[in-house]
Design a protein around this ligand. Structure first.
Ligand SMILES: NC(=O)c1ccc[n+]([C@@H]2O[C@H](COP(=O)([O-])OP(=O)(O)OC[C@H]3O[C@@H](n4cnc5c(N)ncnc54)[C@H](O)[C@@H]3O)[C@@H](O)[C@H]2O)c1
Length: 308
């Protein structure tokens, strides 16, 4: 069986940790790309040198040259800037849109059949940039956010109830930001909705902590943002695609009328297999949930319109 190959663009915190998880998980060979000379080469070599100790056979290559990424099955895009002091959200949007456009154009030229997983923020808007820059069908352009947001919700639910995270499931829809929509009636412990296990004020508190989960980490770290849980979330998506597992995972995908939304990337549950997004798992929302979903979609649309 041919070895799989995953390209990770951006050798920063999220990208390098993704490369580590994918290689150590035995999923694929990894090509790590960055614009900074020496950075992907150094991290790639360091990761390769851990293989004899960890015990895996993945090949890891660090490079600044997209020719080295040819024929990748999956391209993970983590390259971008974090918001700097004095930089407005709109500045960040424009700068990261330029970076994502450039790297996607380069990488997809060498891997025209790959599945793209976008991680760079602002996530949903960057998915639009990646879709345009690649010319790929919507099935092969996915945004990572919902898996992370659900993982955070599951962590908080398990901590609150003193139970294993393995027995919790969580459901988070909508854009990646403070307008995301944690759906508590579909979030369960051993199949029992948390709305039956916790009083409404505790459920609301967990939902709010989830929606602010990224900011909570930034406030603690002060000089960066989360990367362990984000890279674990990318790993879960990569694994479902490469092993054609048909996992049902929340991902940002281009909606074409599903959930009452059109021509917009928003997080919804999808079936992930070897072709990327194989099916959108549409569920019926209550009027209140639909209103929250629509508000979240409107926030995404506002950003996308600024891209012009
Ligand atoms: N979707 C999510 O849930 C989620 C979660 C965590 C982080 N993020 C986002 O992921 C991105 C990366 O985060 P990080 O913590 O790894 O940041 P980081 O600063 O550690 O790494 C970013 C890397 O991108 C590289 N880069 C910049 N421009 C490039 C270009 N043109 N070509 C190639 N590489 C380039 C930089 O040199 C740097 O190494 C950020 O936009 C962050 O907001 C998203």
């Amino acid at each position: 069986m041919a070895r799989h190959r995953v390209t990770v663009i951006g050798a920063g915190n999220v990208g390098a940790t993704c490369a580590q998880r994918i290689a150590e998980g035995g999923l694929a060979d990894v090509v790590l790309v960055d614009i900074v000379e020496g950075l992907p080469q150094g991290k790639g070599l360091d990761l390769a040198e851990s293989a004899p100790v960890v015990g895996h056979d993945a090949r890891i290559l660090g490079t600044n040259d997209y020719a080295d990424t040819a024929n990748s099955d999956i391209i993970v895009v983590t390259s971008g800037l974090a918001r700097q002091p004095g930089m407005s959200r709109d500045d960040l949007l424009a700068r990261n849109a330029g970076i994502v456009r450039a790297v996607v154009q380069e990488a997809t030229r060498y891997s025209p059949n790959a599945v793209l997983i976008v991680v760079t923020n602002p996530l949903d808007a960057m998915c639009h940039v990646a879709l345009q820059a690649s010319g790929f069908p919507r099935e092969r352009v996915l945004g990572m956010a919902g898996v992370l947001d659900s993982a955070r919700f599951r962590t908080f639910i398990a901590q609150e109830l003193g139970v294993s995270v393995s027995d919790t499931t969580a459901f988070v829809l909508g854009g990646h930001g403070d307008t995301m929509v944690p759906l508590s009636r579909y979030s369960t412990v051993a199949g029992v909705p948390i709305t039956e296990l916790l009083p409404p004020d505790r459920v609301r508190a967990l939902e709010e902590r989830t929606a602010n989960g990224g900011a909570e980490i930034v406030a603690l770290l002060k000089t960066g943002s989360a990367f362990y849980a984000p890279s674990a979330s990318v790993f879960e998506m990569v694994e479902s695609i490469l092993r054609d597992r048909k996992r049902v995972l929340p991902c940002a995908v281009l909606l074409q009328g599903e959930f009452g939304t059109r021509d917009l990337f928003v997080g919804v549950p999808v079936v992930l297999g070897s072709g990327g997004m194989e099916r959108i798992f549409e569920i019926k929302l209550t009027a209140e949930e639909q209103a929250a979903f629509d508000a979240s979609a409107a926030a995404v649309r506002e950003l996308v319109e600024k891209l012009g």
